[in-house]
Design a protein around this ligand. Structure first.
Ligand code: SF4
Length: 1003
């Protein structure tokens, strides 16, 4: 990748050039993520190879605020356990992790956006109060009121109380939970992101804040703090940054450097407003608030090429990746080494099989993989071991004074590889012998009688509730687990420290991973233990911390816990989540799980909190819309400079492809190739498909009849047959819907229909008084508001099947504005052609050719200077030049569909309307007309081989249409020749964007 195109490289270069080598130690850079800071540091080191510089201070925005707070950030397990303590003080029902997580998210947002908790939780004592909130806007009041009566929080439910009462009570109880929860955290000098930010924004006064800054920055001689590439900024962060700017004014230079987003693919130049509809307003709003500059990079003019890999199972999804990487390396051997290749994994569950596949790849045995994302703890070896331990404990039965174990559960635990880390060889031998001589059950006495029986065997296999302590069983369980996990941890560590240089890299990696997972698991149990022991009351009574309760909580906690991997070394294949890719660019991007609901997360998913959307809007808290914007921002910023993007999707109907794919295709006009992975991408072979026409003779006969279920050929179906007879078969014989059709976004066909309908409506209105069109008539309809009203109505009808839609938002609004823009350009052009006579819009043609039905619809017919103009509005990129009429029917020549269509309509017009009328077929290319002057954009069709325009005079017209008729006749004979099967095209270029590519077996 060209260095000038890369944000972090350019920043490093720019700073390197402008900074005296001895001044580097005086700079502090604050990045949105740790990974971005690591890459920046790497680029800087490369630049400073021959001219060493002091290391600047590098921080993430989170650490920057944390350092100002003087607090530590509490870990998620600790926070959830603490919330558990607060939510079920005098209740016997244990809340689910999901419930606690939602509350935590609400608290986090309330603090991040500096909302008064008393106001949002406590002050809604009854409905009337909402109406008296003078400080809220009407809009805010409405949204808050919309909430009441609809939602109830499942904290408590009092029988007999109304939903509203329950809701009020539930919201009120959140306030007390919030206060107690935060009080405990504060007492321990810790907090969550929101509470820490709030502390710095509101609770630390200027004098104190300045003293902290002095200690952190002045004493280290920092003279400049540079905030780089920030994007979503919370209210608390904004206040903190503004305060810092003010407090440090004249003492330390504060700079903001922003990342510019340019995704004007396919020359579709979006203005700021349109961009904001896709990626949200934060992109421009925060820069305005905080000041600073965009880092200027070279403009990229090439749009990324896109390939969709459809797979039918999760396993295939990861298995096809080595093949893709191999393909990348064939074209760009340096891609991995130059850090130009990234795999984006939107779903953490996909990570383990992916890593497994990459480690066993055949293209590079020593492939370095740099992982920056969460790895699900639940699938780690230690997690499986603990689960077996818990299952074993739950299956223990007592009979009199004896404890019986299910042999199955016992074996499962004992035979787990991690158990061997606890037991000596002697114990293992003894237990194996015991297992061999047992049926169904084992007793604890039998175990005790083993000669090798020792404390560890006792700790692993004795029932938790056999101990005579007055501790609750749940706490005893955690103590026991802590003891055992620490033993396992020590043993792995011993292996690691004795690992020799000969130890295989794979084995070493495995040991290290196992060690890290075990350490993490142990730390979670410690945190849980610390908080839950606090539940035991002083007087000896305790919250019912029984085994089942603690096991349930622990398992839920682990199931939702991701172990954060953060690779430091800057080498190898980059594997990361979308969020971790901030500020980085890659030439080659592979996105696994590119399906809706995963990438991006479902737009229907509410923000994971209990505060309803209406309350969130009322108080300015983020909603799912903001989350969607953030994901779009991260996606578009990542791909804006990519050369190739591979989207790996599921191919079954259960998987809807990511709507980002549809946006790229329909909004930006980026075409894509599709591949279907059936078993293995490498071994995928071309499949030859031939469909005998004889088997479909009855369907083919329908093209000749005039019955109700008759079929017709059209310009599209003729063009499809020329391109590929098999495609014609799928589409027009089998009537298979376009496999790429995505209902969630406006299709190109619908886009065209809206434009056509709009033009028809305008011309019908103008011509209602006179068919002679003058400039003044056209001028009236160029007014934005008039056009907006016509386009909105047609948009609602075609896109949403509604008579009128109140508001058209988001991407739909962009489409609508594009249609308005194109319509206006067409009218502006038409004004330059006035006066002319309008004859018809969407004129239907319906005739028989060699006994075959042919239908179509001419977009517009008008007459100027005695010539009938047959106009086709094209929203795609159709060619206006073609070698010859023969070439229109040649499958090896692409892009001649517009010729085929306009000549068909001309043939019809001449044959069935007026044989002596000179015609002029014209393409109105909306894309061209919107960027070029009309004189260049709307020109007659041209045959380059014969160096002539189409139909220069009546004689030429008759000659040309005769040649066309001959070729059309031949084509129709071929289509209905039962001896010629429906076969795959020989021109593989035609397959590139064919929607049937995934099912026709062509590679
Ligand atoms: S992928 Fe190629 S061969 Fe298959 S139907 Fe489409 S155009 Fe024909």
């Amino acid at each position: 990748m060209d260095k000038k195109k890369d944000f972090l490289r350019t920043l490093a270069e720019q700073e390197f050039l402008n900074t005296d080598s001895i001044k580097w130690g005086e700079k502090c850079f604050v990045f949105p993520s740790h990974r971005a800071s690591v890459f920046f540091s790497y680029y800087l080191q490369n630049l400073a190879k021959n001219n060493p510089v002091f290391s600047p201070k590098l921080l993430t925005i989170e650490n920057f605020i944390l350092s100002l707070s003087g607090f530590t950030k509490a870990e998620r397990p600790y926070l959830l356990a603490l919330l558990l303590k607060e939510t079920c003080k005098d209740d016997s029902e244990i809340p689910s992790i999901d419930f606690l997580e939602r509350i935590l998210n609400d608290f986090n947002d309330i603090d991040n956006f500096l909302v008064d908790p008393l106001e949002i939780f406590q002050n809604h004592t009854h409905l009337q109060e909402l109406e008296n909130w003078d400080y809220l806007s009407e809009e805010q009041k409405k949204t808050i009121l919309a909430y009441w009566g609809k939602n109830a929080l499942p904290i408590k439910s009092k029988k007999g109380s109304s939903i509203l009462e329950q809701t009020l009570e539930n919201i009120k109880s959140l306030y007390h939970i919030y206060l107690n929860f935060n009080k405990t955290l504060e007492e321990n000098f810790t907090g969550y992101t929101g509470s820490i930010s709030r502390r710095v924004a509101e609770k630390i006064d200027d004098t104190k804040l300045l003293a902290i800054i002095e200690k952190l920055f002045f004493k280290q001689n920092i003279t400049e703090i540079i905030f780089v590439g920030l994007h979503q900024i919370t209210k608390a962060e904004e206040i903190i940054l503004q305060r810092i700017k003010k407090l440090l004014n004249g003492k330390v230079a504060i700079r903001f450097i922003w990342e510019k987003i340019d995704f004007d693919f396919s020359n579709l130049s979006l203005d700021e407003l349109d961009k904001n509809k896709i990626i949200g307003p934060a992109y421009s709003v925060n820069k305005k608030k905080l000041g600073g500059e965009f880092l200027e990079l070279d403009k990229v003019s090439v749009s990324p090429s896109i390939e969709i890999i459809q797979t039918s199972s999760d396993t295939q999804r990861s298995k096809c990746i080595p093949t893709i990487i191999n393909e990348i390396l064939t074209k760009d051997p340096n891609a991995i080494e130059a850090l130009n290749c990234a795999i984006i994994v939107p779903k953490e569950d996909s990570l383990p099989p992916l890593l497994e596949t990459l480690r066993n790849n055949t293209f590079n045995k020593n492939l370095d993989i740099n992982l920056t994302m969460g790895y699900p703890l639940s699938i780690s070896s230690i997690s499986i071991w603990v689960n077996r331990f818990l299952e074993y404990q739950m299956a223990i039965k007592s009979r009199g004074n004896e404890f019986l174990f299910s042999l199955q559960a016992f074996k499962f635990l004992f035979l787990h590889p991690l158990s061997s880390r606890l037991f000596s060889d002697e114990i293992q031998r003894d237990i194996n012998r015991l297992i061999q001589n047992s049926y169904y059950y084992l007793s604890f006495s039998e175990l005790k009688e083993l000669p090798s029986f020792d404390t560890i065997v006792k700790e692993v296999f004795s029932p938790i509730n056999s101990t005579k302590s007055n501790k609750p069983d749940g706490i005893a369980l955690l103590e026991r687990l802590l003891f055992l996990l620490e033993l396992i941890e020590q043993d792995i560590n011993k292996n690691l420290s004795t690992a020799s240089q000969e130890t295989e890299e794979k084995e070493l990696y495995f040991l290290k991973t196992e060690y890290e997972f075990t350490t993490r698991y142990t730390s979670i149990i410690k945190q849980l233990f610390e908080v839950l022991t606090g539940l035991i009351n002083k007087d000896g009574k305790s919250f019912p911390l029984d085994l089942a309760l603690v096991i349930k909580f622990l398992q839920q906690l682990i199931n939702s816990e991701n172990f954060p991997f953060e690779g430091e070394p800057i080498k190898g294949l980059q594997v990361m989540g979308l969020l971790e890719s901030r500020l980085m660019y890659f030439d080659h991007i592979i996105i696994t799980d590119a399906n809706n609901d995963i990438f991006p997360k479902s737009s229907n998913n509410n923000v994971a909190g209990y505060l309803p959307r209406s309350l969130r809007i009322g108080y300015g808290l983020p909603t799912n819309r903001d989350n969607n914007f953030t994901e779009s921002y991260n996606f578009y910023r990542l791909i804006q400079r990519a050369k190739k993007i591979y989207f790996i999707t599921g191919s079954s109907q259960d998987y809807e492809p990511s709507h980002f794919i549809a946006q790229l295709r329909y909004l930006f006009g980026l075409k894509h190739q599709t591949r279907l992975v059936s078993t293995d991408l490498i071994s995928q072979k071309n499949t030859t498909i031939e469909i005998p026409k004889k088997d479909f003779s009855k369907t083919l006969d329908l093209f000749k009849t005039n019955f109700k279920d008759k079929k017709n050929l059209s310009a599209t179906s003729l063009s499809d047959y020329i391109q590929c007879p098999l495609k014609f078969f799928y589409k027009h014989i089998q009537d298979i819907k376009d496999l790429d059709d995505d209902e969630s976004i406006l299709s190109p066909a619908k886009f065209g229909t809206i434009l056509h309908n709009t033009m028809e409506e305008i011309y019908e209105k103008i011509s209602s008084s006179s068919s002679l069109i003058n400039e003044k008539n056209l001028l009236y309809f160029q007014d934005f508001h008039i056009l907006d009203s016509i386009v909105s109505k047609n948009y609602a009808k075609v896109a949403f099947n509604q008579k009128r839609k109140k508001s058209i938002n988001g991407v739909d609004e962009i489409f609508k504005n594009l249609i308005i823009k194109y319509t206006k350009k067409i009218l502006e052009h038409d004004a330059t052609e006035t006066p002319f006579e309008y004859l018809a819009s969407e004129e239907k043609i319906d005739f028989q050719f060699n006994e075959i039905n042919i239908t179509g619809s001419i977009d517009r017919v008008d007459k100027k200077n005695g010539i009938i103009r047959i106009i086709d509005y094209k929203t795609g990129s159709d060619k206006k030049t073609c070698d010859s009429i023969e070439d229109i029917f040649n499958p090896d020549k692409n892009g001649t569909k517009a010729f085929l269509q306009l000549l068909l309509y001309s043939y019809y017009y001449q044959e069935y309307k007026n044989k002596e009328q000179l015609l002029q077929p014209l393409i109105y290319s909306t894309k061209e007309i919107s960027v070029n002057p009309p004189s260049q954009a709307i020109t007659p069709l041209y045959f380059s081989q014969e160096k002539k325009e189409l139909f220069e005079n009546l004689e030429e017209q008759k000659k040309d249409l005769e040649i066309y008729k001959k070729h059309l006749g031949n084509l129709i004979t071929q289509i209905f020749d039962l001896e010629q099967n429906f076969t795959q095209t020989k021109n593989k270029d035609n397959c590139t964007y064919c929607p049937f590519n995934p099912i026709c077996g062509i590679n």
